[in-house]
Design a protein around this ligand. Sequence first.
Ligand code: NAD
Length: 357
Amino acid sequence: MNKNIAVLRGDGIGPEIVNEAIKALDKIAEIYGHTFNYSDVDIGGCSIDKFGVPITDEGMNICKNSDSVLLGAVGGPKWDNCPPEIRPEKALLAVRKELGLFANLRPTCLFLQLANASPLKQEIVGNGIDLMIVRELTGGIYFGKRFTEEKNGELEATDYMTYAESEIERIGRVAFDSAMKRRKKLASVDKANVLDSSRLWRKTMHKLAEEYPEVEYSDILVDNTAMQLIKNPSQFDVLVTENMFGDILSDEASMLTGSIGMMPSASLSSTTLGMYEPIHGSAPDIAGMDIANPLGTILSAALMLRYSFNMAKEADAIETAVNAVLDEGYRTGDIYEEGTKKVGCKEMGDLVMQRIK
Ligand code: NAD
């Protein structure tokens, strides 16, 4: 297959970690007979420095016309005082909106080799954690009308949380389809005991559940979910939820695994076009030192193969290689413990690449 990939290295450690993901993709192309064409697009602070905007129209067009987008991370102290309309993060929101990326998938997997890095007790994480959070990304309270007004002699602020049935249904389908490809268990997270938007969410999910009889479906309140993620995370397979609940729960879940450097994410649209990036930021404190963990980005590239290019075997090959490297005891500084072998970002990327079969 021939695929065009927009490569958005971004700022801080972005270029270092994306380079390692590209090594893995190139190895896949070589072994499995694919061609990946890369187009570089500046995004974030580096684009502000060059062009005065966090992403140019031309860059955005390259993203739109690609088969998928691979992103490192954006931002850093140098651009913290930029005016809000040209801050580095603005580019991320713009890409999500322009590409219609309404579904954010965050697989949260505790690699058993790294169980000591989890802040949870061994008896809780011992069964492993392998869950997927499917978060609605373009609706809800983050995109609703908001305003502050003076009322009764004081300021009052309002944020609207709105969901249309069609928005709920389309994210619901992504979640049910994900569950079908995994352990066929789906929990829909809401606050239906209080919120109207959650009641509509629940009703729509129930209707969809009838179309997926093989999926073991349940409803769970968001407050209980926050508690259960700490108490017994291995009970979950796929969780689906609205934008703000997903924002909070996915950060909570990522911490269960102990290292932010390991976690990938995928943002999907209604076509096969998606954006793939690690969940962490640009880590300016370690940029340019060749010590960043590239595995979250390499695993994001695997998600790209699986979700945008329908290359499940190839995605498995990358994930297996990452596991092999961890089994052999190689660790970047963030996941290092005594008795393991410390390696830098480039060496970690090389080790994974060499083990891709
Ligand atoms: P961060 O995720 O960049 O870093 C938090 C801590 O984790 C740091 O100590 C960092 O060194 C470490 N870390 C992160 N990724 C790592 C990796 N791959 N390997 C080893 N260690 C790693 O979060 P922050 O410090 O709050 O933010 C830094 C900048 O990144 C800010 O400008 C922020 O706005 C931006 N940011 C960007 C994104 C994105 O591009 N999607 C997301 C979050 C934050």
